[in-house]
Every structure is written in structure tokens, then in C-alpha cells.
Design a protein around this ligand. Structure first.
Ligand code: NAD
Length: 409
């Protein structure tokens, strides 16, 4: 198959980490063009591309010129949160696959525009949500599809990552500015993406309502003050959202990036027969994990369920993607970057819909805009738009693909 010509718009630190995986994919793609507003970023990325023994790409300052370049088949868009949806829409209008980086939407309107562009052109916009290809997330998806967890009742997930130093290190970067002015779940998809796939959102299920509550805001301002900067941050230290799905499942979502704690995506997948809880690195599955019959001090018998360690399940239940990948692990973020980029390039090469499609992008990113509104109204329950316009009920099955996140191929 012809190699895919990849253009990259937005050459910040994220583009550098993507490059660390793309350099292992030269059998299926070539970086044919790069673009940034800033010449120093273009120079840096070009030198890294050459260091990786890849051919020199075309260089652009105007992303429209990159999109129009005939050597570009598909575009990666690791730009800012306020620009990637608009750029993706223009890619689709030119018939080019768009791979947008993670982040939330500022409004529902910009998501509708993206959905309409994809429907009009038939071209796919994929979110490069690398966490959907995390080893544990994929293994649990595999176990859920095999029925080990029974019927799924409740999921939890989030983004808990102490990024408070941005308040003094990079107070003028986009992410810090958003956290100064906004209050909501600004970064929902690392946790929510894998849960949405497990729950078959947009394929037989959908998000119906959300209620979000924000705590007071202390962490960012304190971090800034410790470095002599007086600043007001609007972003609550903990934003908790509860989503209810059409099939009755609930999802609890946390966003906490300004308090000290170890990194976590807070995953919990709980069904009638089993549970995965990321923070204890544990799984309990009825019939597989241990239960102990004990006697309490009053002499009454009781049963204790014991956690099995997650890594005890890898040998038997690793997802086929990981069974293959674990033999030769390359790229950043524990392999997730290489896998999500491989999934994107595969869809472009075969001209099939991407495994994370425009309806997923819209549903997942809408959480940001909706959580802001809900939190501002003290937890008001808000409806999700149905971006599929009813298609979620009986969509045609997706084209079978080893990279698919709905069925295990
Ligand atoms: N998936 C992950 O694990 C992961 C990790 C880090 C960041 N990200 C995401 O990647 C994206 C980029 O992150 P970053 O830290 O590199 O951001 P950044 O702001 O440091 O860099 C963005 C770059 O895009 C360029 N840019 C912005 N608008 C542009 C335009 N219109 N045309 C051309 N260039 C433009 C900027 O000049 C800058 O060099 C964000 O959406 C972030 O959420 C994802």
C-alpha cells in the first residue's frame, strides 16, 4: 500500500513526542509537511525529522497551505485547544483525514460544525486519544467484551495530574490561561475515551445528561504565590461530573490538576460480576479472584472479596493489539502514542472510518463545554446533544479492523 503523506500542524512539545513514535512508522507513512506560526519550532522539528533519517518535509507558516499541499494525505493537529477543531474542519473540507489532539471544546457549536463537515465530505476526523490504546484500558475492554465483568453498571475515570507549576513556569501558555478564566472539566478525554468505548457510546448507547460540581480554587494561586506571582485562577481544584447514559450506566469523572497527588486516570469499570480499579492496581472477577470465608469476633461467618493484581491477567487477557505490540515496544507514553498513530495511519491507508470517529470526538469533547455550564449553575443537570441525530440506535457495524475499539478483532 502507498505510504501515507502526513502533515503536522502545531509543532509544540506534543509534536515532538508524536515524532518519537512516527520515526518507527516510516514503512507506512512519510512526514511530507510541517507547519507552525513560529519559525523556531519549524527549525527544531525539521532538525529532529532529519536526525531520525527521514526526508526533509515542506515547511509552512499558514496551515491552509499545508492542507492544500497534494503530498499531504492526512493531517495531525497538535495545536492549541482553541484552534484544532477549526483546522480539522478545514482538513475535512479538503478531503483529508484529520487527527486532532486531545482537549475539550469551548462550545457545542464548534462540535456541530465538525460533525457536519465530516458528514458532508465522508472524511474521518479521529481524536488521537492515546489512552484508548493503554494496555490496561484495552485489556479491560477485551475482558468486558468476553463477559468477565458481567453487565457494566458504573464507570469512573478522570485526569488527576499535579500541573500546578504551570501557574509560575508557563503562566502565559494556553493551558494556564484557560485554567485562569474557565472552570469545568477542561481535559476529559484521557479517562472518558476508554470508558465510552467500553460502554459502546454512539453505537447502541449515548451520553444523556451531565451534572458537574466545582470545588473552590486554591492550588494554582498558591503555586503562583510561592513564586512571587499574584494571580486569580477560576478553575476549581476538583471538578466532579456525573454522566448518565441511555442504557442506564453512570460515569463519574474527576478533573484535578492543581493539587499534589500521584498521576492517575482514576479508572473504575464495574459490572455485575467484576471490577477494575486503577488506583489499587486491582481486578476482582467472580470465579477467578479469591474470596475468603472468615469468622468475625462474634463468631458469625462472612465473605471477603480479595483483589487480584492487574498484571496477573496480562498473559491471558491482553488485547490482541498489545499481544502483538508487547514483543517490540517503541514510542512514547508507554506505547500508546505509537498505537494510536498506527490506528490513524491504517484508517487513512485503507480509506475506512477511524476507530475514534467524529461522533466520539463531539460527544467526548462536549463534556468540557457542558461541565462549565453545569458547574456555573451549581450542578444543574444538562442534556447532551445527540450528535449522531438518532444514528446511535442502529448504526451499521464498523468496518472490522484490528485497531477497532468497539469489537475485538
Ligand atoms: N495525548 C497526549 O498525551 C497529549 C500530551 C500533551 C499534549 N497534548 C495535546 O497536544 C496539544 C498541543 O500541546 P503542546 O503542549 O504541544 O501545546 P503548545 O501550545 O506548546 O504548542 C502548540 C503549537 O501549535 C502552534 N500553533 C498554534 N496555533 C497554530 C496555527 N493556527 N497554525 C500553526 N501552528 C499553530 C503554536 O505555535 C505551538 O508551537 C494540546 O491539545 C494538548 O492538549 C496531548
Amino acid at each position: 500500500m502507498k505510504k501515507v503523506g502526513i502533515g503536522i500542524i502545531g509543532l509544540g512539545p506534543r509534536a515532538e513526542t508524536l515524532l518519537a513514535s512516527l520515526k518507527f512508522m516510516t514503512d507506512v507513512m512519510e512526514i511530507t509537511a510541517i507547519c507552525d506560526l513560529n519559525q523556531s519550532r519549524i527549525d527544531l522539528l525539521r532538525s529532529k525529522i532529519l536526525e531520525g533519517n527521514m526526508p526533509a518535509p515542506e515547511e509552512y507558516h499558514d496551515y491552509r497551505q499545508l492542507i492544500a499541499d497534494p503530498a499531504v494525505d492526512a493531517v495531525l493537529i497538535p495545536t492549541s485547544w482553541n484552534s484544532h477543531l477549526k483546522i480539522a474542519e478545514e482538513c475535512l473540507a479538503h478531503g483529508k483525514y484529520a487527527g486532532i489532539e486531545v482537549g475539550g471544546a469551548a462550545s457545542l457549536d464548534e462540535l456541530w460544525q465538525l460533525v457536519h463537515a465530516a458528514e458532508k465530505t465522508g472524511v474521518s476526523c479521529m481524536m488521537l486519544e492515546n489512552c484508548c490504546y493503554g494496555r490496561n484500558e484495552l485489556m479491560v475492554l477485551n475482558m468486558v467484551r468476553q463477559g468477565l465483568f458481567g453487565e457494566i453498571i458504573h464507570c469512573e475515570c478522570g485526569y488527576e495530574h499535579d500541573l500546578s507549576e504551570m501557574a509560575w513556569k508557563t503562566p502565559d501558555k494556553e493551558r494556564a490561561v484557560h485554567n485562569r478564566f474557565r472552570c469545568g472539566d477542561l481535559y476529559p478525554t484521557h479517562g472518558l475515551g476508554p470508558m465510552a468505548k467500553i460502554l459502546r457510546i454512539n453505537r447502541g448507547n449515548r451520553f444523556m445528561t451531565i451534572s458537574s460540581t466545582a470545588s473552590k480554587a486554591r492550588g494554582f494561586a498558591a503555586a503562583a504565590k510561592a513564586h512571587g506571582i499574584e494571580a486569580v485562577y477560576n478553575q476549581g481544584d476538583m471538578v466532579t461530573s456525573v454522566i448518565r447514559c441511555a442504557n442506564g450506566e453512570t460515569i463519574m469523572l474527576r478533573h484535578c490538576i492543581s493539587l499534589p497527588r500521584p498521576y492517575s486516570r482514576d479508572c473504575r469499570v464495574q459490572g455485575t460480576k467484576g471490577i477494575w480499579l486503577e488506583d489499587v492496581k486491582g481486578i476482582f472477577v467472580e470465579g477467578i479472584s479469591k474470596t475468603e470465608e472468615l469468622i468475625d469476633l462474634a463468631g458469625n461467618p462472612y465473605t471477603e472479596h480479595r483483589w487480584s493484581k492487574v498484571d496477573e491477567f496480562y498473559e491471558k487477557y491482553d488485547h490482541p493489539i498489545w499481544k502483538k505490540y508487547r514483543e517490540n515496544q517503541v514510542g512514547g507514553h508507554g506505547g500508546m502514542d505509537f498505537l494510536v498513530l498506527s490506528a490513524f495511519v491504517d484508517a487513512v491507508q485503507k480509506r475506512i472510518p477511524a476507530p475514534i470517529d467524529v461522533y466520539d470526538v463531539a460527544a467526548w469533547m462536549s463534556v468540557t463545554a457542558l461541565s462549565e455550564q453545569s458547574a456555573a449553575m451549581g450542578g444543574q443537570v444538562l442534556p447532551f446533544p445527540d450528535f449522531t441525530n438518532g444514528k446511535w440506535i442502529d448504526r451499521a457495524p464498523e468496518v472490522p479492523s484490528p485497531w477497532g475499539l468497539n469489537e475485538i478483532v
